[in-house]
Design a protein around this ligand. Structure first.
Ligand SMILES: NC(=O)C1=CN([C@@H]2O[C@H](COP(=O)(O)OP(=O)(O)OC[C@H]3O[C@@H](n4cnc5c(N)ncnc54)[C@H](OP(=O)(O)O)[C@@H]3O)[C@@H](O)[C@H]2O)C=CC1
Ligand SMILES: O=C(O)C(=O)Cc1ccc(O)cc1
Length: 432
């Protein structure tokens, strides 16, 4: 390996994953976290002679050639303000935060002018194998040679490099990640508000219901700051999340008023805009229902309970209103987004199933209580995001997280298996 030293400031889940892979590839890594975690971190990496745990970010910054900040997006400005001026002369700096606007602003404000900026973002969580996953590379203020050094270092991830500007990155991740999370956060909030564990209810077991539950559990088992940062600090995300809440509310009102004609026209117009022509017989879908049946947290009932799939109808309505073509973003998508698009496509490209959703939405009032709570939750998340209310976001997220916590261990096992199996299927169809 080359002589370059890789610096990592922030050794949480992502920082550690990077440190392990980069050091295993033979690079020297200088890393640090906050003072309270120093001793534990030193012990954890004691056997890894390529990783040196240093006392603080000044020591990392002054001794490394590419320094990656892997801290909370909400802290990036303060952390770069503290250590940025200590950056080694002529070094390259980047970040792993999920939203690039605040990260780049912090770099521009606090880094000396001789320092180059090449940033990155792995579009997956720390538990997912990075091989083949998109890894965004942002050449913001750097020579091509410096970009190549960063790419050489990161080649050990075996990910797919996606070169983007910081602005494009934020626009795409607002379309893909932020609005997807809003849907799953709202599902969890609605189930908690109704005091339901969905895997105990026949309505929510089997096929695409399993995907909804597993992804909801995945999000709530992660850290609140990741999702709050993505939604609140990304200047492009608010409008998307607001449109999702508006779509949910307007569709709900049509359902509630039994306005079949208007509801059907709206669903069909959105389908035409997002999915185009009806599917031909030989055209494959991203997902298959039978496969999804395997990944359940509960016992499958004898017969399927119909669902109006308000959450899915609303996302397609939202894409239609915002003129988003979700397939355009596959190159820069997360596993979670691909699954979300997969179940949406499954419903919309199956005319019988979509008709069943419309009939259920208009005629079946059995689950109106669930739909009301889902609508309220979508509006509530959107309000918190629009107000930039980090603390309000944290409180609600952690309250719901506590409710589902007892099943996170099992849910993550099933969810990881589900993602692995489905991703392999997608890859073999060359859709990823
Ligand atoms: N988790 C995920 O799925 C993904 C996350 N990301 C992004 O990566 C970044 C890191 O995420 P993740 O690893 O999950 O989060 P973590 O909370 O696990 O890690 C962040 C770490 O940075 C530490 N930190 C904060 N301030 C400093 C400082 N001044 N000096 C040194 N360390 C500091 C934190 O300590 P403390 O807890 O005390 O603040 C924490 O240990 C985030 O910006 C996130 O958006 C990107 C892709 C996926
Ligand atoms: O796939 C998702 O959307 C996740 O929830 C995991 C995740 C979270 C934050 C990121 O910046 C990238 C991936």
């Amino acid at each position: 390996m080359g002589d370059a030293v890789v610096g990592i400031i922030g050794m949480g889940d992502m920082g550690k994953m990077y440190a392990k892979r980069i050091s295993n590839a033979g690079w020297r890594v200088h890393a640090c976290d906050v003072r309270e975690k120093h001793t534990a971190l030193k012990a954890e990496f004691a056997d890894n002679s390529n990783v040196s745990i240093l006392d603080n970010g000044h020591l990392v910054a002054r001794s490394s050639d590419w320094i990656m900040y892997s801290v909370e997006a909400k802290n990036i400005n303060a952390v770069v303000a503290a250590y940025g001026p200590s950056t080694k002369w002529g070094a390259i700096v980047g970040g792993q935060t999920s939203t690039k606007a605040p990260e780049i602003a912090a770099f521009e404000q606090h880094l000396p002018e001789d320092v180059q900026i090449v940033s990155c973002h792995s579009l997956h969580g720390p538990g997912v194998n990075p091989k083949g996953q998109p890894l965004v590379i942002i050449k913001h203020r750097a020579t091509q040679q410096s970009v190549e050094l960063v790419e050489t270092i990161l080649s050990c991830m075996e990910s797919k490099f996606v070169p983007l500007s910081a602005e494009m990155h934020d626009r795409i991740t607002a379309d893909t990640q932020a609005v997807t999370h809003a849907a799953f956060l709202s599902m969890g909030a609605a189930w908690q508000a109704n005091n339901q564990f969905p895997w105990e209810l026949p309505r929510y077991i089997g096929g695409i219901e399993n995907v909804k539950i597993n992804l909801m559990m995945r999000i709530y088992s992660n850290k609140w700051h990741v999702y709050a940062g993505l939604a609140i600090l990304n200047p492009a995300a608010r409008a998307q999340i607001r449109q999702y809440a508006t779509s949910v509310t307007e569709l709900f009102k049509l359902m509630q008023g039994h306005h079949r004609k208007e509801f059907t026209q709206r669903v069909h117009a959105a389908r035409a805009a997002v999915f185009g022509e009806p599917r031909k017989d030989d055209e494959e879908l991203l997902l298959q229902d039978e496969l999804l049946d395997k990944f359940s947290l509960g016992e499958k009932p004898a017969s399927r309970v119909k669902n109006n799939h308000l959450s899915l109808l609303a996302i397609v309505d939202c894409w239609w209103h915002l003129k988003i073509n979700p397939y355009d973003h596959m190159i820069c998508s997360t596993p979670l987004f691909r699954l979300w698009l997969g179940i949406t496509e499954y419903v919309y490209r199956n005319p019988d199933l979509l008709d069943e959703c419309i009939d259920t939405a208009i005629e079946d009032d059995t689950f109106r209580g669930d739909d009301v709570e889902f609508t309220i939750a979508a509006r509530d998340w959107s309000e918190r995001v629009s107000l930039g209310n980090m603390e309000g976001y944290r409180q609600r997220f952690e309250m719901i997280q506590k409710y589902f916590e007892p099943r996170f261990g099992e849910a993550n096992k099933v969810g990881n298996e589900m993602i692995r199996t489905i991703e392999e299927g997608l890859r073999s169809k060359k859709k990823v």
